[in-house]
Design a binder for this molecule. Structure first.
Ligand SMILES: [Zn+2]
Length: 411
């Protein structure tokens, strides 16, 4: 589908709403607040979106409630065109460009595209396998010499001499640029995972590898940066020595991930020009989403619409509701922790004599509990019984005496 056919197919609000309702509910409207399916239709108001009423929580909703389209006045046909434009630009498309193409304001374009980026956050759980390349890159401006105030022509001449001097300007590590780490599969689905990393330590890099890669079925290829040395404990690890072989030594290279960096850097330089550090993870998510689906272009639009209406949205207003890193990588971190916990449990079960260990531990506790109860209840029980009988008798006698007295009085 190209932009023209899309514009013809979904040219009215009603057609878009119908499509979204089909994708989201498939004919059975469901309350987005309490998941109740006993809902009733509200009377249709002309030029408005069909409203539904939940019979359980008494709230009204439309197909847009809780999605990225919620509370937006932009007509849905334009939304659809905006999503299409974003998906067909592998390097990205700036909000200024969107505003010019669609005839909307820059602010609207920014607001809508950020919401679409939220829908593009990959929450796949399947891990990367086979040969994986991990590498880091630094995003930011080009390295430049500073133009100092009070520079005379003489100074400029000295500076020109300096340009020829062998002293290099720092390019990546050690500058204020933002470090980004990526892992890419060389074969199979050839998917990529990208993350902003504040500190490039061995621990952080290994944690990221475990988050996205099945370490039992993968071989890691990295450059000779010493922080990758820890990888050898987890999986087979090959190192490309860029100093010896500039690009590649046969199959030993990290050129697949370098291609990803090329797309990102071209996009940053040619489309966005500048990105804030705060929102960079959203843009990385967009690049990764499009890279991972580059061989499934025809189904990409339908998939994105499905993501847009079925997933929970962390950015419904101009500002994200949670820290950006939590939105973009929170799920992956949580899932990795779950995987580690189950692995530990399995290991603990293996260490025991029999795999039944969990059951025996439970029954052990149970028997202890029973024993405790029995000992507690047995000893005082006798005393209580004795006391009770005496007390009972005393009470009986007392009552009898009193009753006797009362009865005598009344007689
Ligand atoms: Zn409800």
């Amino acid at each position: 589908m190209n932009l023209l056919t899309l514009a013809q197919k979904y040219n009215t609000q009603a057609k878009c709403v119908k499509y979204l309702e089909k994708v989201r509910w498939n004919g059975k409207p469901k309350c987005p607040y309490c998941e109740e399916s006993t809902v009733s239709r509200r009377m249709k108001i002309p030029f408005r979106i069909q409203k539904y009423h939940c019979n359980k929580c008494n709230r009204d909703f439309t197909v847009l409630s809780g999605t990225i389209f919620e509370a937006s006045k932009l007509p849905l046909p334009k939304w659809f065109q905006l999503i299409h434009l974003m998906l067909t630009a592998p390097k990205g498309i700036s909000s200024m460009q969107l505003s010019r193409t669609l005839g909307i304001t820059y602010k609207t374009a920014w607001y809508c595209s950020m919401r679409v980026r939220c829908a593009m956050i990959d929450d796949e759980i399947d891990l990367l396998e086979g040969i994986v390349e991990q590498d880091e890159s630094y995003l930011g401006g080009r390295p430049r010499r500073r133009n100092r105030p009070g520079q005379t022509s003489e100074n400029a001449a000295i500076l020109n001499q300096m340009e020829d001097s062998p002293k290099k300007i720092k390019r990546g590590r050690g500058t204020k640029k933002v470090p980004v780490v990526g892992i890419v599969e060389r074969e199979g689905k050839k998917r990529v995972r990208l993350e902003v990393m504040e500190k490039l330590t061995g621990k952080n890099l290994l944690a990221m590898l475990k988050r996205y890669v099945n370490t039992e079925k993968a071989i890691a290829v990295t450059d000779e940066y010493p922080a990758y040395a820890k990888f050898e404990e987890e999986l087979q690890h090959l190192v490309v020595k860029h100093k010896e072989h500039f690009f590649a030594d046969g199959e030993l290279h990290t050129n697949t991930i370098e291609n990803v960096w090329s797309i990102i850097k071209n996009g940053l330089r040619g489309q966005y020009h500048a990105l804030s550090k705060k929102y960079l993870p959203f843009y990385l998510a967009e690049w990764a989403y499009k890279y991972n689906r580059r061989n499934e272009r025809p189904s990409m639009f339908a998939e994105t619409i499905e993501h847009a209406v079925t997933e929970e949205k962390p950015m419904l207003d101009y500002k994200p509701t949670k820290p950006v890193a939590e939105i973009t990588t929170g799920d992956a971190i949580r899932k990795a922790a779950e995987r580690e916990a189950t692995a530990k449990r399995a290991e603990r079960a293996l260490r025991g004599r029999k795999p039944k260990l969990r059951a025996t531990a439970y029954t052990k506790n149970k028997s202890k509990r029973i024993k405790k109860k029995a000992t507690v209840s047995r000893k005082p029980a006798k005393r209580i019984v004795r006391r009770k009988t005496t007390n009972k008798n005393a009470a009986k006698n007392k009552l009898a005496k009193e009753y006797g007295k009362i009865s005598k009085k009344h007689r």
